[in-house]
Design a protein. Structure first.
Length: 568
């Protein structure tokens, strides 16, 4: 797989490699195809987020352009996605649309800083059960938010809380508009049938066109985009910097970090999927920079947050898109629709958009992986269900924070269990070499020497237990050899435990020899100043450590000199 240049936009890389007319033709066709798919999705995502449909189109145009032009992926298609729906809706409810714009710009700045600080790799360490849990939770919330429009319920307002929302739905089933329900069900069936016939059919667009034509032709009394959002603007709005205050910025910091986190996660996941399909590796840090600029630009033009969209990116690849030019043309075609088709788009029934969002939610839920993770292990299952439940019932930010924290704690627990302190009697224990079988020959370890081998990282999850293991010895030996060949990592807690062991050994007049200390632990010991207390007792390998121990045992005066408490 070809690797992208770090912090160089994929657009520039593709132009440097040479751009032919054949590539141009393929990119234009792919751009038109993706624009047709993105048109209903962009409007539906905006409506589900509590904004007007034109905001979704503006986002797809502006953010989509910058994600393609400045991003690190050759085929990434950007725009509004389902991951933001819950966050956007909450921000609009609490801070208004101006607050959302400010949060988008702040999130963009965070993403740019993260990209230039080369923090892209850190996002890869988010556990997969956490990602699947909150993604499935978001899918449930999006689907729940569309029940009112799908059923055509005649209720003025629906609570944001999940349980209260469903209580209102179930309490008002007698207020269903059956014409809206019929149109929604027909739209849903149309999408499913089109997808089964051929994935190349723009099923969302076909469904919306069919339902809109039927609703208009039969003069159905159902809610449409035009009746809910009268006087929709045509074209791009004038860019405006939002009003803000220091107090408002402080209040929006958590929301901005949530937007940045979701944008980074979904964009990099989408880019990774695209890498496997086209054979080119994206520049993850440049992708974050492109996402950051896109969200700032989207906010200035009055749009909503955006990121890479996996489904639209896959559609772009299947349609023949191979360079960022396809994504740029996707934005150009949407811009044409924004200027010429807004009057026609006003006739789209809300039930038709609800059907589209039901299918989007189904695709987001990824039930196959959800059930697969639930079967893998109790810890993964716990993280998955905890993140899912908190996303649906409490808050997305809380769900991510608790999920990552809980996953980290479980990981540390597993790691601490994998670390082993082994009292060694035989040289062959853990002494295998490439292509050789371990020998079972016993080695001559004097009675006054104890050998402990540390297998695994010595970190804060195991440091205290390390000291307890030493204290548990019936009697400390004259010489203690700590074999560290299989200890790849040492943190501050581990260093503190080693210092405690040195103090214990000095109190009991036990001399400590460290054997085969690896580079990272050696650096930590040197920075902590412990190497000065060891009096040179660091052997390059176990044979040398054993030879050193035997020589010391022959020189009683030398041993006593090195365990003198006044020198410790």
């Amino acid at each position: 797989m070809k690797t992208a240049n770090p912090l160089v936009p994929a657009f520039i890389t593709c132009m440097r490699e040479g751009y032919s007319f054949k590539l141009f033709r393929s990119d234009v066709i792919a751009g038109l195809t993706v624009a047709i798919v993105a048109l209903p999705l962009a409007m539906a995502m905006a409506v589900a987020s509590g904004a007007s449909p034109d905001k979704g189109l503006v986002t797809a145009v502006v953010a989509g352009f910058f994600i393609s032009f400045l991003g690190g992926s050759r085929v990434q298609i950007g725009g509004p996605t389902g991951a933001f729906v819950v966050v956007i809706f909450d921000i609009i409810q609490r801070f208004g649309f101006n607050g959302l714009i400010l949060a988008s710009i702040m999130a963009g700045l965070i993403l740019i800083i993260a990209g230039y600080a080369r923090l892209g790799k850190l996002i890869k360490y988010i556990p997969y059960p956490v990602i699947t849990g909150f993604t499935t939770g978001i899918a449930v919330i999006i689907a729940s938010s569309q029940v009112k429009d799908f059923l055509g319920l005649q209720v003025e307002s629906v609570p944001a809380d999940f349980l209260n929302k469903w209580y209102v739905y179930l309490s008002n089933l007698d207020k269903v508009t059956y014409s809206a329900l019929a149109m929604g069900a027909l739209g849903l069936a149309t999408i499913i049938i089109c997808k089964k016939i051929s994935p190349k059919i723009p099923s969302y667009l076909v469904s919306i066109l069919l339902i809109s034509a039927l609703a208009y032709g039969f003069s159905m009394d159902i809610e449409t985009i035009g009746t809910r959002f009268p006087n929709l603007p045509t074209g791009l709005p004038t860019p405006v910097w939002p009003e803000f205050s220091l107090e408002q910025i402080r209040a929006l910091v958590p929301s901005a970090f949530t937007i940045a986190f979701l944008a980074g996660i979904e964009a990099l996941l989408s880019a990774v999927v695209a890498d496997g399909l086209i054979g080119h590796k994206h520049s993850l840090n440049q992708e974050l920079v492109g996402q950051g600029v896109a969200n700032i630009a989207s906010g200035i033009f009055g749009g909503i947050p955006a990121t890479g969209a996996i489904a639209r990116t896959a559609t772009n690849i299947k349609a023949g898109g191979r360079t960022p030019v396809a994504g740029i043309f996707h934005s150009v075609f949407l811009l044409v629709f924004l200027y010429t088709a807004m009057d026609i788009l006003a006739f789209i029934p809300m039930a038709a958009l609800a059907a589209v969002l039901f299918m989007v939610s189904w695709g987001m839920s990824d039930l196959k992986h959800f059930t697969q993770i639930a079967k893998i292990s109790p810890s993964d299952r716990t993280i998955l269900f905890l993140t899912f439940a908190l996303t649906v019932m409490v808050d997305l930010t809380v769900a991510i924070g608790v999920g990552v924290t809980f996953a980290s704690l479980l990981f540390m627990r597993h790691m601490s269990r994998s670390v082993e302190i082994r009292k060694q009697h035989c040289k062959s224990e853990y002494e295998t070499h490439d292509g050789e079988d371990p020998s079972d020959d016993e080695i001559d370890i004097p009675d006054d020497v104890t050998v402990l081998q540390i297998n695994g990282p010595l970190f804060y999850g195991f440091a205290s237990e390390f000291c307890d293991r030493l204290k548990a010895l019936e009697q400390l030996p004259r010489i203690l050899i700590l074999r560290m060949r299989f200890m790849p990592y040492l943190d501050a807690s581990g260093e503190n435990s080693i210092e405690e062991i040195l103090n214990i050994c000095r109190q009991h007049k036990t001399y400590v020899i460290f054997s085969a200390v690896r580079p990272q632990p050696r650096k930590i010991l040197e920075r902590a100043g412990l190497h000065k207390k060891l009096d040179g007792a660091i052997a390059p390998d176990f044979d040398e450590a054993l030879k050193m121990a035997k020589n010391l045992l022959k020189d009683e005066e030398f041993i006593m000199k090195h365990i003198d408490p006044a020198k410790a």
